[in-house]
Design a protein around this ligand. Structure first.
Ligand SMILES: *Cc1c(COP(=O)(O)O)cnc(C)c1O
Length: 397
């Protein structure tokens, strides 16, 4: 008999009932150190007092009105995002994949209004992930997500990650935009080199097409800058945001320049819940903390500490791990043994990590993780790797 919850996830046998900072407490009382943060969502850890206060204060005032009216908390958060980024304007969604839907619509409308209605195609990259909506799966294009769900939304082309020649060859007079994650998340924590992002920006300018970044996972402080593109100094025209922006409250956004967004006039797009007062009250508090002077430098300092420990871990367990990759506190351990076995061994060591493509284990801790917790994480990863090495059936690479 089918479970009452649609079984689209192969869930770990864990039920967490409470969170405190970097810790998750299981129903049986065990305390897990959380290096997954709900897949980069709980950027400020669990139950952060400032976020609890922002949410409960708003909850006592007003939950929902609709975008029929001005929503002061939405305008406040949009102003903060515009002040801190390349963007001139923001639309709020409830998730990353809804942000993908609007990013695609916005790019197409831009060219429609510019008298180039044939420019509808979006070029995306193999190994990317843009969510599970029809546009999201068509954009990523991987058979794992699209098989059985045809006909796919047309208008997407795919090129191999890092293949400059294929990218140039894919651009034609139907191209509207290039869509890319500055750091691939689900694909296995694969950063796009800074000079490649700058090259993409120059290419888009030269061809007169739009550049769309998906910073749903790598944005919101994750890499030590508010958004990952800042490291390269190559701004997009449109950017998808979600995950960390709500600190655990479902919230997403599309940021855009005035030029890219000019076709999105009244009536062209909407959302019942997008930009809801509860989500925006929390998002606004998240932004305040992330833009405080010490916050992002601390993320970078702690990222250096964690990375150093992970290099040591890889050196100590060459049969289990191959290398460390990533940026800031968005780190991946490429494994020599099955990444799912490593994740399971980490659970046994009371540590939450997340598998990704390319046989990688992702480490996406709360950005508020402490030095002491980083030490504990390293010790638990080490214990888990030792346990795997001592498996009777351990296979040497
Ligand atoms: C998680 C993710 C999405 C989809 O976000 P949802 O909120 O699950 O719809 C899109 N793009 C990237 C890069 C992501 O990591």
């Amino acid at each position: 008999m089918i479970a009452s919850v649609l079984p689209t996830y192969a869930r770990a046998p864990l039920s967490f009932v409470k969170g405190e900072g970097s810790w998750l407490i299981e129903a049986d009382g065990r305390r897990f150190l959380d290096l997954g943060a709900g897949i980069a969502v709980n950027a400020l850890g669990h139950a952060h007092p400032a976020l609890v206060a922002a949410l409960t204060e708003q909850a006592g005032l007003l939950w929902h009105t609709s975008n029929l009216y001005h929503i002061p908390k939405q305008e406040e958060l949009a102003d903060k995002l515009v002040a801190a980024t390349f963007a001139d304007t923001v639309f709020f969604t409830n998730s990353g994949t809804e942000s993908c839907e609007l990013a695609v619509k916005m790019a197409r409308k831009h060219f429609y209004d510019a008298g180039q209605p044939e420019r509808t195609e979006i070029i995306a990259f193999e190994g990317s992930f843009h969510g599970r909506s029809s546009a999201g799966i068509a954009a990523a294009g991987s058979e794992k997500m699209t098989k059985g769900f045809g006909p796919l939304l047309p208008g997407f082309a795919h090129v191999p990650f890092g293949d400059h020649d294929a990218l140039h060859a894919a651009i034609n007079d139907r191209t509207a935009a290039i869509l890319i994650e500055p750091v691939q998340g689900e694909g296995g924590i694969r950063p796009v080199p800074d000079q490649c992002l700058r090259g993409l920006r120059a290419l888009c300018d030269e061809k007169g097409i739009l550049l769309i970044y998906d910073e749903v996972q790598c944005g919101m402080g994750r890499t030590g800058r508010l958004f990952a593109y800042e490291w390269a100094g190559a701004a997009p025209d449109i950017m998808m945001v979600a995950k960390g922006i709500g600190g655990g409250f479902p919230l997403g956004a599309v940021l855009a320049t005035e030029r890219a967004a000019s076709g999105m006039t009244a009536g062209t797009h909407g959302s019942t819940y997008g930009g809801n007062p509860l989500g925006c009250a929390v998002g606004s508090a998240v932004m305040d903390m992330m833009t405080a002077p010490d916050f992002l430098p601390e993320v970078s300092r702690k990222a250096g500490l964690l990375r150093q420990k992970l290099e040591g871990l890889v050196a100590a367990h060459p049969d289990i791990f191959e290398d460390v990759r990533g940026s800031g506190l968005m780190l991946g351990l490429r494994c020599r043994t099955a990444n799912t076995d490593v994740v399971a061994a980490n659970y046994d060591a009371l540590l939450c990590t997340v598998p990704a493509g390319d046989n990688v284990v992702r480490l996406l801790p709360p950005l508020t993780i402490t030095d002491e917790e980083i030490d504990m994480a390293a010790a638990r990863l080490d214990a888990a790797a030792s346990a795997l090495e001592n498996r009777p059936e351990a296979v040497r690479a």
